[in-house]
Design a protein around this ligand. Structure first.
Ligand code: C2E
Ligand code: MG
Ligand code: MG
Ligand code: MG
Length: 293
């Protein structure tokens, strides 16, 4: 009897797992076609001055416009791309889109500020990430300094981390700011913090959301801000949702942030409207960037 129950339970479990697996497989197959079908879109979330609310730049965040399922967040498809070459095609599409959008905004007289791109480690291991950005800059008449690069601390797990440091150093030589993203959630140690050549430390939302709710999170946030300031790095808090969190961060000495309190990630069109509101009057020559075709 027990054996039979166990067997039945096993069958039920297997069916659910199988259904999930089939769903993932279907997504994976569609993902292979997504680059060719140009289904990746980029949303932009403002980075703001926490004291004044002034606009400083955008973080570019990829979404997948799935033909049937609608707009999917990266959490739904990035894990499926891990360890595959698909992430290269997606990144190329994202960087090309950002280049075009940035050029259009500048041509319209806006001041979009610096655009941060999330670069996966696979693109730091060879020349490709560097070349993609160089191409976007060349094709749209942009400047290296228009860009920032965000790298998650997981890159330190890679045995070839040294190689990535070289790529990072090349970016920085051009004046591209390098951020350490999701700090405190992965495997970065203080050794990495000491030796890794970066400009900005991003405090992960999981700590920021504890402000006002969890005293231990507050202490950790305070310590991270002190640490980055003492190391001479810029500090950016992500996922700010309440006025209390903004106040706390500012009081601790963190001057830059992102979060729903200010703006959600938004489409190119809406981000453009956001810029219109922020910089009421278009300024300077419309020829600030000249596409080279
Ligand atoms: P991330 O780089 O740490 O980006 C911050 C995430 O927090 C974004 O999620 C953003 O939408 C979300 N967020 C920002 N403010 C708030 C807030 O106030 N409340 C809440 N609840 N969430 C907030 P998203 O867009 O789903 O991206 C998730 C992750 O996917 C990113 O984390 C990044 O690691 C990765 N990712 C996004 N775009 C790209 C890309 O183009 N290339 C690569 N390689 N990875 C990307
Ligand atoms: Mg990021
Ligand atoms: Mg982050
Ligand atoms: Mg994060």
């Amino acid at each position: 009897y027990t054996a039979k129950t166990t067997r039945n339970a096993a069958v039920i479990f297997d069916e659910a797992a199988l259904a999930r697996q089939l769903e993932q497989n279907q997504l994976s197959i569609a993902l292979v076609l997504a680059v060719d079908r140009d289904e990746f879109v980029v949303h932009y979330q403002p980075k703001v001055d926490l004291a004044t609310g002034a606009h400083l730049g955008f973080e570019a965040l990829v979404r997948w416009q799935h033909p049937k399922l609608g707009l999917l967040p990266p959490g739904r498809f990035l894990p499926l791309m891990e360890g595959t070459q698909l992430i290269r095609g997606m990144s190329r599409a994202v960087i090309a889109t950002v280049g075009r959008d940035l050029c259009a905004w500048k041509t319209a007289g806006f001041r979009p500020g610096t655009i941060s791109i999330n670069l996966p480690e696979i693109l730091l291991l060879d020349e490709e990430g560097y070349d993609m950005l160089a191409a976007a800059i060349r094709d749209n008449g942009l400047d290296w300094k228009d860009f920032a690069v965000e790298i998650t601390e997981d890159v330190f797990l890679n045995r070839r981390a040294e190689q990535m440091f070289d790529t990072v150093a090349r970016f920085r030589k051009h004046g591209v700011s390098v951020s350490l993203d999701d700090f405190g959630t992965g495997f970065a140690s203080l050794v990495h913090l000491r030796d890794f050549p970066f400009d900005e430390l991003k405090i992960d939302r999981s700590f920021v959301s504890g402000i006002g709710a969890d005293p231990r999170s507050e202490q950790i946030v305070r310590a991270m801000i002190d640490l980055s300031r003492n190391l001479g790095k810029r500090c950016v808090a992500e996922g700010i949702e309440t006025e209390e969190q903004r106040r706390f961060l500012l009081d601790c000495g963190c001057e830059i942030g992102q979060g729903y309190l200010f703006a959600k990630p938004q489409s190119t069109t809406l981000a453009g409207e956001y810029l219109t509101k922020k910089s009421s009057a278009p300024r300077r020559s419309a020829a600030e960037c000249k596409p080279q075709r």
